[in-house]
Design a protein. Structure first.
Length: 452
């Protein structure tokens, strides 16, 4: 069969035929707790990579598992026919830790369907992104008209520390004309999206010490500062009274042309009644183009374990999300300088970098982008994709931009406003997942003759 033999109707039929098997494969992947964070069993990440390699190999690609000092990634390749472009399909197979499993309505690593959604850690982020690639390749089969490289990372959720080295080591294998990164979100159920910008991220750990050891709070409290109070006072300096970031040197990006309603964000975030929004400007800007600072965790005695003693040392993990125009190295320096300058009462402080990733702005022009829009519009029955910013970070995007500056990069995704990625009860809308799979199949089918 040649490329011209495949019509949109035939591809729709082929994708529909593959969805049942894809659902079973996705559920098998969700059952593997492949978490790249240091405190978890990395044998599960290895097992996840092996499962992914088997899926990619089953699509007829020459497949290998690769490493560059970190967790395993998978590369699968199928050469392009003469004169045809090569498309790189990216996803990641590692997942976030489940957190407090008591907050889940079901076992996070045992997939369960409820009301048309598949629940489980990684069901959406990003094992469904991987399966979208697999479904598209299965649907096209031998009629695939372009070259394909599938690259599935194994430590995206832990910061992609070895990604740049992997791309350098395997540059020739990964070189491509179009890079499709399926790790983002759609505007809503029934409304697709293309991601045009992503915030960067810098995480750091600040440790404050005021005493060599704990001492009696009655004998010394009032004159001798405790580290936990000092830390609380320091953390309070990160924002002004309105809730805007108060750290000098963090950039603010361009204003967004879209708006998010307060009611929508309040519902999606699950805000408690009466809680007000922080910051100023449009909500879209606060989430997409302005920096944010969050305290992710504190090391200090728990309430149950605390005694009547002054705490000698306390630590906090602080996460900065950066405007799409900012630089992580410069941003970390600004955050460190602020913490050191505002540390109260002469307490000893150390600030250590705990990972980061660059932000990015994505050029949405070019012939492959027009093909992408056409494919998405067809898969959503005439609904055109919305161009959105995203407040989260995908380090792979900027890393690919640096390594392959001539390639067009398309960022799509399987998530929707109800997915709850990274949180309890993460889920995938199965109907939207089928649309994502169809859109990618149509994109690959049309990429050999891009519009424009």
């Amino acid at each position: 069969m040649t490329t011209k033999d495949l019509t949109e109707a035939e591809l729709r039929t082929a994708v529909e035929r593959e969805m049942s098997r894809a659902r079973a494969d996705l559920e098998d992947l969700v059952r593997i707790p492949g978490i790249a964070f240091p405190e978890f069993d990395h044998a599960e990440v290895d097992r996840s990579a092996e499962a992914v390699a088997a899926l990619v190999h089953g699509c007829g690609l020459d497949t290998q598992i690769v490493r560059a000092g970190g967790r395993p990634a998978v590369i699968g390749r199928r050469p392009a026919p003469p004169g045809a472009p090569t498309v790189l399909l990216y996803a990641h197979h590692d997942v976030q830790p489940p957190g407090d499993e008591a907050l889940w309505d079901s076992d996070p690593f045992e997939p369960v369907e409820r009301d048309g959604r598949l629940y489980g850690r990684g069901a959406a982020d990003d094992k469904a992104g991987l399966m979208a690639h697999v479904v598209a390749l299965r649907a096209l089969g031998d009629a695939l008209p372009v070259g394909v490289v599938v690259f599935v990372e194994g430590e995206e959720e832990y910061g992609s520390a070895s990604l740049a080295e992997l791309l350098r080591l395997h540059h020739d294998k990964l070189r491509s004309d179009l890079i499709v990164i399926t790790d983002s979100a759609n505007w809503d159920i029934g409304v697709p999206a293309l991601t045009t910008s992503l915030r960067g991220i810098v995480n750091c750990v600040a440790e404050i010490r005021t005493l060599h050891a704990a001492v009696h709070s009655g004998m010394f409290g009032g004159a001798v500062p405790d580290a936990l109070t000092a830390l609380v006072r320091l953390l309070a300096t990160l924002h002004d009274e309105a809730g805007d970031v108060a750290v000098e040197g963090l950039e603010t990006g361009r204003e967004s042309t879209l708006e998010l309603s307060a009611d929508r964000v309040r519902a999606e975030a699950g805000m408690v009644d009466g809680v007000r929004f922080t910051g100023t400007g449009s909500i879209a800007d606060r989430l997409w183009t302005k920096p944010s600072l969050s305290v992710l965790g504190i090391d200090a005695p728990s309430v149950l374990e605390s005694g009547n003693a002054l705490v000698p040392v306390a630590r906090a993990k602080i996460s900065a999300r950066l405007a799409p125009s900012d630089d992580p190295v410069k941003a970390f320096a600004a955050l460190r300088d602020h913490l050191e300058a505002y540390c109260p009462w002469g307490a000893a402080i150390s600030v250590d970098l705990d990972g980061g990733g660059a932000p990015c702005v994505i050029d949405t022009t070019g012939p492959h982008y027009e093909t992408t829009r056409s494919a998405i519009r067809a898969a959503w029955d005439g609904v055109a994709p919305v161009e959105i910013g995203v407040g989260g970070s995908i380090p792979a995007v900027s890393t690919f931009q640096a390594e392959f500056p001539d390639a067009e990069i398309v960022v799509t995704g399987v998530e929707d406003p109800h997915t709850r990625a990274h949180g309890p009860n993460e889920s995938l809308h199965l109907g939207e997942f089928a649309r994502v799979c169809l859109a990618e199949a149509l994109l690959l089918n049309g990429a050999a003759r891009p519009i424009g």
